[in-house]
Design a protein around this ligand. Structure first.
Ligand code: SF4
Ligand code: SF4
Length: 293
């Protein structure tokens, strides 16, 4: 029997289509003998949330379904201390506990739970168990969170993000590594340091309009023009511009982010279009003046 655990991270959006999709997938996995754990949105969970504690208890291989880019989902788990290696297939070969396979899949990438069952059969080493699997759920409220997730396979520890952030989100940990030590000090909607990081290592998994910032494996983040940004920063330090203006120029939204959903892969897929921010036109013009072509 394949010991793989299916974890389904629900959308934080109140989107009945997406919740129905998650529910059907959970039931189909369970009906095919796979143990399933359904949790609230893993990115927005707090480090001591029951969902995080439950995921840490899982010892074997994991397939994590979420509405996030797979790279963002994987590094979100890592920041919560869920050890393992990012995998493309889930093998039953013996593995070191720190290297168990974790396969992250974006629910937006397939149009129905049946297609995901085909994918599971493809990636599992061995046949589906066939007996009914246990279906566990953790129901808890998650806060609206917005913070940077670092991909340490890319991070070179250059500390540019630490130097750049005006709000003390980053610091050096005891091991000398840059970490987002006070993530909730990050300004909702601000993706600025992802454009500053020279290694494309900083992701904002809930960014609605830029796949690269949300953690795409292939898309490139458009960096700030260094000179334009330096001038903005100098203006700020000399009191010629306000924090609010800097945030705006970095693409921050002034209001809390709506719990809307990321766009889906096809018209048939569940979900809704991202909500239009009333500030988008203004911010986009400012950003366009700062990012490189
Ligand atoms: S700027 Fe990027 S590469 Fe440099 S320390 Fe920060 S996350 Fe790592
Ligand atoms: S996005 Fe802005 S506020 Fe958030 S950590 Fe990066 S620079 Fe700081």
């Amino acid at each position: 029997m394949n010991p793989c655990k299916i974890i389904i991270s629900q959308t934080a959006a109140s989107d009945p289509k997406k919740h129905d999709f998650e529910e059907k997938l959970a039931k189909q996995c369970s009906a095919n003998g796979l143990p399933v754990l359904v949790v609230p949105d893993i990115y927005q969970a707090e480090p001591n949330a029951n969902a995080v504690l439950a995921i840490r208890q899982v010892k074997g291989p994991v397939i994590l379904f979420s509405w996030l880019q797979p790279r963002a989902a994987f590094w979100t788990l890592q920041q919560f201390g869920v050890k393992g290696e990012r995998a493309e297939v889930v093998s039953v070969e013996p593995f070191h506990p720190d290297k168990r396979p974790i396969l992250c899949l974006n629910l937006s990438d397939r149009c129905c739970p049946g297609r995901w069952m085909e994918k599971i059969e493809e990636v599992l080493d061995g046949e589906l168990p066939g007996e009914t699997g246990i279906l566990d759920r953790i129901d808890e409220t998650v806060p609206d969170r917005w913070y940077p997730v670092i991909d340490y396979s890319r991070c070179t520890n250059c500390q540019e993000c630490l130097e750049f952030c005006l709000f003390g989100v980053y610091e050096i940990d005891k091991g000398g590594r840059v970490v987002a030590s006070t993530p909730d000090a990050c300004k909702p909607g601000c993706p600025a340091c992802s454009r500053v990081c020279p290694s494309q290592a900083i992701m904002f998994p809930l960014h609605e309009t830029d796949e690269a910032i949300a953690g795409s494996d292939t898309e490139k983040i458009r960096p700030f023009d260094a000179d334009a940004f330096k001038k903005l920063r100098t203006d700020y330090e000399e009191g010629k511009t306000s924090v609010q203006d800097v945030l705006r120029a970095c693409g921050c939204k002034t209001k809390s982010l709506p719990r809307s959903s990321r766009p889906c892969c096809s018209d048939d897929a569940p979900g809704e279009s991202p909500a239009e921010s009333t500030d988008r036109g203004y911010f986009d013009k400012l950003i366009d003046g700062l990012v490189k072509d």
